[in-house]
Design a protein around this ligand. Structure first.
Ligand code: ADP
Ligand code: MG
Length: 295
């Protein structure tokens, strides 16, 4: 199974070009869509989820033309939107039962079994009677996954699922997602590099509607071999370094700036070679479109 996206373009009525000729092949397993806010991630995901139309281009899930066969895709799809609204007074159990009914599970006892197994899977069974409005951020996202899984989907789309989760909630959520990938396509969007390095076998980087990189995280890292250097500088020295070097990221450490620079030629003068990381891949690519270093 694979999802093949070709020349997908979308311009909103206000003139914003959210997708600019996106070509992407998404294999089975966990696929990470990485990009800064406004990159076009949600637009792409809503388009794949058949919730909004593109201006041009195509999406195929194997032989099925997604944009021409919306209903066929919806039956295979589990979707967790970025802004996932919940009915605050309804319990998880009642809500899931309702969702399962909408997804076509007619028999009450089948739904009861399905709801119990979903709630167990996302570790919310003991909280099933609680009103959704009382759930923490992590519980809410896990409930979101439960509802996305309700129709036994083979294509799962989760839009920025880890935004706003604390570190332990995020870990629990990673564990849950990493169990899904086997026989499904899971597309996860995020602006958090760690989400990708923890979960995804394949990835893409998009920025301002353009595809900047597609492949395995490890391949992206390998491309930067012997090209990343690190140097600690004073904050006010940064502008002069930005003039002379490709500064891709900076971190403030105890009042000094630790700066990372990409260079094809070996650097001296206090620069130390650094082991490339996925974060360098991200900043290296988006620095072609936006200045990644603004402090
Ligand atoms: P991301 O999910 O990566 O943050 P989005 O797909 O939400 O990106 O947005 C991409 C661009 O399109 C942004 O510039 C955003 O402001 C714009 N945009 C998104 N939705 C709409 C809309 N309904 N109308 C107009 N502009 C939009
Ligand atoms: Mg978004």
């Amino acid at each position: 199974m694979k999802l093949v996206i070709n020349a997908l373009t979308k311009t909103y009525p206000n003139g914003v070009k959210a997708l600019n000729g996106i070509d992407l092949t998404i294999p089975k397993g966990m696929f990470g869509l990485l990009g800064p806010n406004g990159a076009g991630k949600s637009t792409l995901m809503r388009t794949i989820a058949t919730l909004q139309d593109a201006d041009s281009g195509s999406i195929f899930l194997d032989e099925t033309d997604v944009l021409a066969n919306k209903q066929a895709i919806r039956e295979k799809l589990g979707y967790l939107p970025q802004d996932f609204g919940l009915y605050p007074r309804i319990s998880a159990e009642v809500m899931l039962d309702h969702i399962a009914e909408m997804k076509g599970v007619r028999e009450k006892k089948d739904r009861k079994y399905l709801v119990e197994s979903l709630l167990t899977k996302v570790n919310l069974y003991q909280h099933r009677k609680k009103a959704l409005g009382t759930y923490s951020g992590g519980m809410r996202q896990r409930f979101g996954i439960a509802q996305a899984l309700a129709g036994n989907p083979s294509l799962i789309i989760v839009d920025e699922p880890t935004a706003g989760l604390d570190p332990s909630e995020r870990n629990r959520f990673y564990n849950l997602l990493s169990e899904l990938g086997e026989n499904t396509i899971v597309i996860l969007s995020t602006h958090i590099v760690e989400d990708i390095s923890t979960l995804c076998s394949h990835m893409a980087i998009i920025c301002q509607g353009e595809l900047l990189m597609e492949g395995k995280p490890q391949d992206g890292i390998h491309e930067l071999k012997d090209r990343i250097y690190e140097k600690s500088i004073q904050k006010d020295e940064l502008p002069q370094y930005k003039d002379g070097y490709r500064v891709i990221s900076t971190k403030l450490i105890a009042g000094r700036l630790s700066m990372r620079v990409e260079s094809e030629i070996p650097l001296e003068n206090g620069f130390a070679p650094a082991k490339p990381e996925l974060e360098d891949v991200y900043f290296s690519h988006i620095s072609r479109m936006v200045d990644p270093v603004t402090i």
